[in-house]
Every structure is written in structure tokens, then in C-alpha cells.
Design a protein around this ligand. Structure first.
Ligand SMILES: Cc1cc2nc3c(=O)[nH]c(=O)nc-3n(C[C@H](O)[C@H](O)[C@H](O)COP(=O)(O)O)c2cc1C
Length: 290
């Protein structure tokens, strides 16, 4: 097997389709002309080879585990794959791999491949490098779990991950898409009204929710490992959120001490202002990753 990889990329056209078929064990039984042209092999060199003969070392084992798990369970799968050509160059594909089933038995497996965009190549390379690094020091089962966790942390399944990248959209912030930030804004408006009401009713023992414990605070914590939290606005999100909660605490304390109404109103004005700043900074941080 030729293990030399030069790093030169081979491109093929949008209208071209690379096709191969294997038996149940992954030995190639068919390859079309485009396959041979792009990979740089003669037909005779391809037929009978195990499909890993074009495997590129930048491909994580976890991806192939998922591919084989799915296919042997009788299901199809899409995967972004970097392959190695005979001369050591490489080419990227989006593969659709599907078992061909006759009388309830898998008789062969087909793969159809199209080219992918530069954006996908860059995004998927980041994911695959992280997986490869993990696989260097861990058992395949553990790395596979790491892959699933990696996706879960971003709020997506493998199939959604493929779909989203296929639309040339980043996966860095998908988890954020599942969060209803407008609801959190409303939560804080309600929170403010509850405290004003508690003061009016002289319910001084009313507990002011701590920033770590409101629903938004819990979500902020979960999001703290996301790439967009490197944005300078993210620190301000935390800062204004903490301020809103401590101002409400101060409001209740001052009200219990019979503070003048202009002092109380000043606090409420600050709360309103900080809440607005909190959410504008939040959108600022997230929008850069949309
Ligand atoms: C139909 C079919 C097509 C495949 N196409 C490729 C491919 O293009 N490149 C690749 O590296 N592996 C491909 N594989 C997966 C290989 O069989 C193998 O699992 C993979 O190269 C990893 O090799 P390894 O298990 O020796 O590490 C394909 C498998 C099937 C069933």
C-alpha cells in the first residue's frame, strides 16, 4: 500500500459522479471511470482491493465505524471523506453509501460521491483533526463516543451535522439555534415585575434568583465552551446579566429600607438599560457565527 501523501489536492467536476461498489466485506467489485480517473488507478488495479486501499491518514476511524455500523444495519449514510490517490495526492468527496438488499440480505454496498465546497473542507477538517487527535490516545469505542458527544454538545445529530455543512453553514453555533433567547428576555422582564410587586406587597423575604440559577444563567453556563464565547461581547453578556440580578437584589433591599422613590426608579432604569445591553451583546456575539 502506498502511504505517501503529498498534500496536493485533486479536483473533479460538479457534474461528475464517482461510483464504486463492494461486497459485504468492503472488497471492490465495481468502480466507474471517474473513480479510476480521479484516484489515478487502472480498473484492473482497483477491482478486488479492500476499499481502505484509498484511505487517507487524515480520516478518523470513528467516521468509518459509523459508516459500517449503519450500512450493516441496512441503512444508508452520507459522509465527507478525504481519499488518497495513487500518486499520494488527495481529493474530498461527499459520499452516499447504501447497502443493496435482496431477499432481506445485503448483497453489495454502493457508494456515490460528489465534490464538496471549500467551506465544507475547512469545517470538516477541523472536526476530523480533533477526532484524529483523540483517536491517537484512546480506544476506538471511546473516540466514537467522543464524536457523538462532540455533536451532542453542539445540539445536533450526525445527520443534521451533514445537512448543515452541506448547506455551507457552520456547526459552531447550532446549539444556540435551539435556544429561545427572546423567551429569556421576557423571563427577565417578568423577573423585574415580580420584584417590584414583592416590594409593593412588602414581601421582603422574597428570594431574588441568583444569576447562576435562572434559566438563562443555566444556558449561559452550557454555552461557555462554544467558539463564539471568544467574542469580546460574551464577557459583557455575563457582566450585564450579573448586574441585572444584583440590581434587583439592591432594589428589594432599598425598598425595605424605605428608600426615596427616585433612588428606586434609578435602579429600575439601570435594570432596563442593562437588560437591553445584555441582549444586544448576546446577539452581537452569536451573529458573527451565523
Ligand atoms: C461501498 C463502500 C465505499 C467505501 N468508500 C471508501 C472510500 O472512498 N474511502 C475510504 O477511505 N474508505 C471507504 N470505505 C470504508 C472502508 O471499507 C474502510 O472501512 C475505511 O477505509 C477504513 O479502513 P480501516 O478500517 O482499515 O481503517 C468504503 C466502504 C464501503 C462499504
Amino acid at each position: 500500500m502506498n502511504n505517501y501523501t503529498s498534500g496536493e489536492e485533486i479536483f473533479f467536476d460538479d457534474h461528475e459522479l464517482i461510483v464504486s461498489m463492494t461486497d459485504k466485506k468492503g472488497y471492490i467489485i465495481y468502480a466507474n471511470d471517474v473513480f479510476c480517473k480521479v484516484a489515478g488507478y487502472e480498473h484492473s488495479e482497483v477491482i478486488g482491493q479492500p476499499h481502505n486501499f484509498i484511505r487517507h491518514p487524515d480520516m478518523p476511524r470513528s467516521v468509518f465505524k459509523l459508516l459500517w455500523d449503519r450500512v450493516l444495519a441496512g441503512k444508508s449514510i452520507y459522509a465527507f471523506v478525504k481519499n488518497r490517490a495513487k500518486n499520494g495526492n488527495y481529493y474530498w468527496v461527499k459520499a452516499f453509501v447504501t447497502p443493496i438488499i435482496e431477499n432481506g440480505e445485503i448483497v453489495k454496498i454502493a457508494s456515490y460521491r460528489r465534490p464538496i465546497s471549500q467551506f465544507i473542507k475547512e469545517e470538516i477538517s477541523k472536526v476530523y483533526s480533533a477526532l484524529i487527535e483523540h483517536e491517537k490516545y484512546n480506544k476506538l469505542e471511546d473516540s466514537f463516543q467522543f464524536f457523538l458527544d462532540y455533536l451532542a454538545e453542539r445540539g445536533i445529530t450526525y445527520d443534521l451535522f451533514i445537512d448543515r455543512l452541506s448547506m455551507n453553514k457552520s456547526i459552531s453555533n447550532v446549539g444556540v439555534m435551539n435556544i429561545d433567547f427572546d423567551q429569556f428576555y421576557i423571563d427577565h422582564v417578568i423577573f423585574k415585575h415580580n420584584i417590584i410587586y414583592a416590594a409593593k406587597e412588602k414581601k421582603w423575604s422574597t428570594e431574588v434568583v441568583k444569576p447562576c440559577c435562572c434559566r438563562f444563567g443555566v444556558s449561559l453556563k452550557q454555552l461557555d465552551s462554544m467558539p463564539f464565547t471568544a467574542h469580546p461581547s460574551w464577557g459583557k453578556v455575563h457582566q450585564y446579566h450579573n448586574e441585572v440580578h444584583s440590581l434587583m437584589q439592591e432594589y428589594l433591599e432599598k425598598a425595605s429600607q424605605d428608600a426615596a422613590s427616585n433612588v428606586l426608579n434609578e435602579i429600575l432604569d439601570k435594570v432596563e438599560n442593562d437588560t437591553k445591553l445584555l441582549f444586544s451583546n448576546l446577539h452581537n456575539a452569536i451573529d458573527t457565527y451565523r
